[in-house]
Write a protein that binds this ligand. Structure first.
Ligand code: AMP
Length: 363
């Protein structure tokens, strides 16, 4: 089986590495001839917007998936006419628009932060009344890792934020005083089989994920069940196939939906060594209609992102239980270039061993 992946970044690279034991091979479509997945599979450089390119890309493939959520929906729908393509383009459509996404989850009965669409100044005023302050003004489309958003603390800050973000296509959200950020990775196969990874705690800095702890320390069984219930509703409503990530805010025993990613996710990288079956292999199993692998954790894991720096590999690897993943990308400020997973049998052993790794990853 030859699998086509839209996008040739580290997620594509790790999908391929997980697929080789199953005898799969891979081709990546990416506008950049430098895309790092090209080191582990056939790189097909080209644009997502050109049907002739998409047609040539699809030739000789059995199945198509994607590794980033800004794949143009039109490209996904076009390719879906040629070959099986998962996750369904509808999931891309929802994930690409923060307003559609929040309405979709509200429609499923999943709580979200308060929000209001902003297409002009009157909406902004109305939104400030409904949502309250402080609030976050965000672009509906195109934002990631905290980009395309502005904090509004006082009414007089609102208009400048509104203008800076383009004055339309925006969403105003109440700033949630959350206890912590969590994510849940779910996977659903073509057969309808569903599995969930444990809830994960995520810590961000400057809008970028820095650290994941899996399973999320101290999360109650009831909280896990709640998150799984929310994910199950989304999987079924979308007739979803593949891995789906939900990002959530925990407030007491409440969970508020923030956003979803219809793909394998950074907060699931720990599963390579820290779960019975990695998110990457389970994504592929789901697409192929194979039995899903166990999502059970192997002890306690932490995942530390390497952002804009290359640590001394020797220093990383001398920490017992540390696993280094270097993506083969050029190091640039703010760019995710690798990650480290630390795995231990007991949680109390994890935190002390993590300290030197956090230092090595600190920019
Ligand atoms: P996003 O790109 O929407 O995931 O936002 C990036 C980060 O901003 C999130 O991981 C949160 O830390 C923070 N954030 C986003 N929306 C909210 C909100 N409504 N309330 C509080 N913090 C938020």
């Amino acid at each position: 089986m030859r699998i086509g992946i839209l996008g040739g970044g580290q997620l594509g690279r790790m999908l391929a590495l997980a697929g080789y034991p199953l005898g799969l091979s891979f081709r990546f479509l990416d506008p950049s001839p430098e895309a790092c997945a090209g080191e582990v599979g056939e790189l097909f450089p080209g644009s997502f917007d050109d049907e002739a390119t998409l047609t040539r890309f699809a030739q000789g493939l059995d199945l198509i998936t994607y590794e980033f959520e800004n794949v143009p929906v039109a490209a996904a729908r076009f390719l879906e006419g040629l070959l099986p393509l998962y996750p369904p383009p509808k999931a891309l459509e929802v994930a690409q628009d923060r307003l559609l996404e929040k309405r979709f989850f509200r429609g499923l009965g999943v709580p979200t932060p308060p929000f209001h669409p902003v297409e002009g100044l009157p909406d902004l005023e109305e939104g400030l009344k409904r949502v309250g302050l402080p609030a976050l003004l965000k672009t509906r489309r195109g934002g990631y890792d905290g980009k395309g958003q502005a904090l509004v603390r006082a009414p007089e800050e609102a208009e400048a934020a509104f203008r800076a973000l383009g004055g339309k296509g925006l969403i105003l959200e109440g700033l949630v005083p959350f206890d912590r950020e969590l994510s849940l990775l779910a996977v659903r196969g073509t057969t309808g089989e569903v599995a969930f990874y444990p809830l994960v705690e995520n810590r961000h800095q400057g809008g970028i994920l820095r650290l994941s702890l899996a399973p999320a320390p101290g999360a109650s069984a009831a909280l896990w069940k709640k998150a799984e219930g929310y994910a199950r509703r989304a999987l079924e409503a979308l007739d979803y196939v593949g891995v789906l990530a939900l990002e959530l805010f925990q407030v007491g025993e409440e969970l508020l939906f923030n956003e979803m990613a219809p793909r394998v996710h950074n907060s699931g990288h720990w599963t390579i060594e820290g779960a019975e079956t990695s998110q990457f292999q389970n994504h592929l199993r789901a697409l192929l209609g194979l039995p899903l692998g166990s999502t059970a954790p192997r002890g306690y894991s932490a995942m530390v992102n390497l952002i804009g720096l290359r640590p001394d590999f020797r220093e990383v690897l001398k920490v017992p239980g540390a696993h280094l993943h270097w993506y083969g990308k050029a190091v640039r400020l703010g760019r995710k270039v690798g990650h480290i997973t630390l795995r231990r049998d007991r949680p109390e052993e994890l935190h002390e061993a993590l300290l030197p790794l956090l230092k090595l990853a600190a920019s």
